[in-house]
Design a protein around this ligand. Structure first.
Ligand code: PLP
Length: 376
């Protein structure tokens, strides 16, 4: 199989598997118990926490582990609303977000709106970027939180997070950044009060994410129980998952420039192998180049996936592909139903070999051409 779905998840790095192994096989102690073994596990978790914090690279805050980035995003959004509401009458009650955010943000915001939060979902420009003048006009005294992602998971387009954070703070609001697709691929932008990340997008294990929080901005606790994670997020931590996340973060930091250069080369090679007739969805200048989202008039993306079963690629996000719904991100760029259905996402990264990518792209182009010929 040629794996070209790096936005859905990344392979586990061998170094990460090795670091996790003793914590799966032998060292099973509860990291929150006071025994010597418990203390050893707790110390390993604290090393991992520092490694993830260092990879995020922001100062003035700290990180709590969660079960996923989805949980981290839910927590930041719901916990911030709950904390503000506790202030009583006159509390800020408005969230501003963007139409191209991940479902973990959009669906949580919609749920909050059903509970009385005033929600504004801003459109994007045809290249996928947010119009900052539009945002400026929305930032009134009732805005509590602005949620914008750094790198889009479907189209790879980046947003100017530091500028957005500055504008948000000037309006007296807080900012949440979904940095799931940015961590390890580029520097995390300074400025946000909350940053959500996930281990399995940086060659780490599935089942663990984290929320970085600026000191003083911590949301209300989301999961109640044993008081772990400074009383903010209860539940016994998995030492193996934390250690795996830490090892993946350390590796990602050490290899960031090498991985970046590799991806730049792959991007060029993929475009050459695909040939003409493809249009790139989203900005090419403001983008992570390990995400190549393309479309070709008249092609049925789902049929291409079915025809090329030994190449793993997708129509958009893993969730959008599964549902059969056209991607909300592509629709937000202004693509019609047919154009969205003729779009593909090719995602590549650290372990992608140029030759396999070129082979896959040539076969995708040939299969698209065959569809056109058959349908003509
Ligand atoms: N945000 C973005 C941009 C993502 O790509 C994903 C994963 O698809 C998530 C959030 C959710 O991450 P997790 O799988 O850790 O819940």
């Amino acid at each position: 199989m040629i794996y070209l779905d790096y936005q859905a998840t990344t392979p586990l790095a061998p170094e990460v598997a090795k670091a996790m192994q003793p914590w799966i096989e032998e060292k099973f102690a509860n990291p929150h118990s006071p025994s010597r073994w418990g203390n050893e596990a707790e110390a390993a978790i604290e090393v991992a926490r520092k490694q993830v914090e260092k990879a995020i690279g922001l100062t003035g805050g700290s990180l709590a582990f969660t079960g996923s980035a989805t949980e981290a995003l839910n927590w930041a959004l719901k916990g911030t609303v709950e904390k503000a509401a506790a202030k009583g009458k006159g509390a800020r009650n408005r969230i501003v977000t963007v139409a191209t955010e991940h479902a973990a943000v959009l669906d949580t915001c919609e749920w909050l709106a059903s509970q009385g939060v005033d929600l504004t979902i801003l459109p994007v420009q045809p290249d996928g970027r947010l119009d900052l003048d539009l945002l400026a006009r929305e930032l009134d005294k009732n805005v509590l939180l602005v949620a914008v992602m750094q790198v889009n998971n479907e189209i790879g387009v980046t947003q100017p997070i530091s500028e957005i954070a500055k504008m948000t703070h000037e309006a007296g609001a807080l900012m949440l950044c979904d940095a799931v697709q940015a961590l390890g691929r580029m520097d995390i932008c300074a400025g946000p009060d909350f940053v959500a990340v996930s281990a399995h997008k940086i060659y780490g294990p599935k089942g663990i994410g984290a929320l970085w929080m600026r000191k003083g901005a911590e949301p209300a606790p989301f999961i109640h129980g044993g008081g772990q994670e400074r009383g903010l997020r209860s539940g016994t931590l998995s030492t193996a998952l934390c250690v795996g996340f830490g090892a993946a973060a350390k590796l990602a930091e050490e290899r960031q420039h090498r991985d970046y250069d590799h991806v730049q080369k792959l991007w060029g090679a993929a475009l050459r192998a695909l040939g003409k007739d493809w249009i790139i969805n989203g900005s090419t200048a403001h983008r992570y180049h390990g995400n190549l989202n393309i479309r070709r008039e008249g092609v049925d993306g789902a049929r291409l996936i079915a025809d090329l079963r030994d190449i793993a690629f997708s129509l958009g996000s893993a969730c959008a592909s599964g549902s059969g719904r056209p991607s909300h991100v592509l629709r937000a760029l202004g693509l019609n139903y047919r154009q969205a259905r003729s779009s593909l996402r090719l995602g590549f990264g650290r372990y992608t070999k140029q030759k396999e990518l070129v082979d896959a792209c040539r076969r995708i182009a040939a299969a698209a051409h065959e569809q056109e010929t058959l349908d003509a």
